[in-house]
Design a binder for this molecule. Sequence first.
Ligand SMILES: [Zn+2]
Length: 554
Amino acid sequence: MMTLLKNGKLYDPAHHKDGVVEDIYISDGRIVSKPSEKEKISQTYDLTGKVVMAGAIDMHSHIGGGKVNIARMMLPEFQETKTYSEPEAHICTPNCSHNATPNTTDTGFRYIEMGYTAAFEPAILPINARQAHLEMGDTPMIDKGGYAMLGNDDYFLRLLASRADQKAINDYVAWTLHATQAIGIKVVNPGGISAFKFNQRRLNLDENNVHYQVTPRDILKSLSTAVSQLGIAKPLHVHCNNLGVAGNFQTTLDTMGASDGVPMHLTHIQFHSYGTEGDKKFSSAAAQITEALNKNKHITADVGQILFGQTVTASGDSMMQHLNAKHASPKKTVIMDVECDAGCGVVPFRYRDQNYVNALQWAIGLELFLSVDDPWRIFLTTDHPNGAPFTSYPHLIRLLMDKSFRNEAFAKLNLDAQAMSNLTSLNREYSLYEIAIMTRAGAAKLIGLNNCGHLGAGAQADITVYTDQPNREAMFAKPNYVFKNGELVVKDGVVIKVVWGATHVTKPAFDSGVERGLSEYFEKYHTIQMDNFKISDDEITADGRGKIIAHQTS
Ligand SMILES: [Zn+2]
């Protein structure tokens, strides 16, 4: 059984194809090279004039785990909004109140309908990993995976405080990846979530956590080294200290130097690019941040663009969410400590285009996108649902690709914010090729997914077909076809077949001696025993919903 996608215009940056007209052959769920004459083509799709890309990959989207469910439970009023599936509702207006935390089925459907075939949950708290996988396992259509959160957990901080050697840290990090079935490691407000429990309300990069006497810089150094020495493809995923605080750009610049040149990924960098200039003591530091990003080749970043409308912010950063709770809209909030592991904070929020800070946040995100030279090192995210729901991606893509559309939107913003942004002086318009880098090839390369994000022989046949049209929002909101593992699952923007994607993990080798200390620790301090904490392969693949794809370390 072979499928032929004929005459499409391929945007496949992994193979330097920028609108090259070429055929694609699919067999057994994979893209294969052109077969010999006698092999039979069972189905042909004529894609003449159509834009063909690999399925998109969201490298940072909160789709599973405790805080997403807290948001769902806390905001039942959003769950009942039915206009959500209407394509028009993808456009965020100030009055827009669509569902920021859709249920698992809707999550899978909305992603695949936009041509996304994979999404990665960036904040799996190890103690909540089972819950996160149960939710992701209940999310149809797409591949998934997650980054396990370390760096505020008592066990790690004890290791660091006792000056444990790097090998002990590496073993613990590798053990955590196995136990949580994750593909990467993330640190949120390094040391800060822990410090919050000891009544610190802010933590700067070189400030001690009062209990452990270690600094965020120590934590970043130790974890980034572990990730690199273990050969994990995905660099340490870093949510910097001082999220959302005016003047935090200096922390972000300093953080880039905290790993001594070892690769790190700085997430939702928009929320970390704020200065203190102007009457309102809140300004854009996008220029300083992008200058540093362009210079520091070991650093990658995703933007975490905000878009106007109702959403809910859900973060592991309980310290900063405690600060943000006063802005909750509607007025309800959950801030919690989670065992010895970390914490979280869920704060519903409405971004308003006539609000000075929100309007400037919107502009800062776009300034960042448009000023970073290398599209392989910047990624398209809204930090779903924190900046906006992922369903607003087509709108965001249009903002990046269409200067006049962008400038028209800018002209409607709060006037004081307009005066503080250089956005209209940035003439760049992203090309389809660059969009394909940011949302496909670059994301796959960053996470280490060798068989995703490209259209070469051997790739998973996750393929999206669009109609080239000047309105990029309409184009990216509703692909003509989406193929998942070679099967046609979306036609004209609507799901026609339900399938289950794989879970991507990595399992670096480690010294099993690490479990001696860990099992004792679990006995003493945790609510469950070590053996119950570990998630088996069978739990992930239960009910035949997807398989595990384990990626090699280098
Ligand atoms: Zn996030």
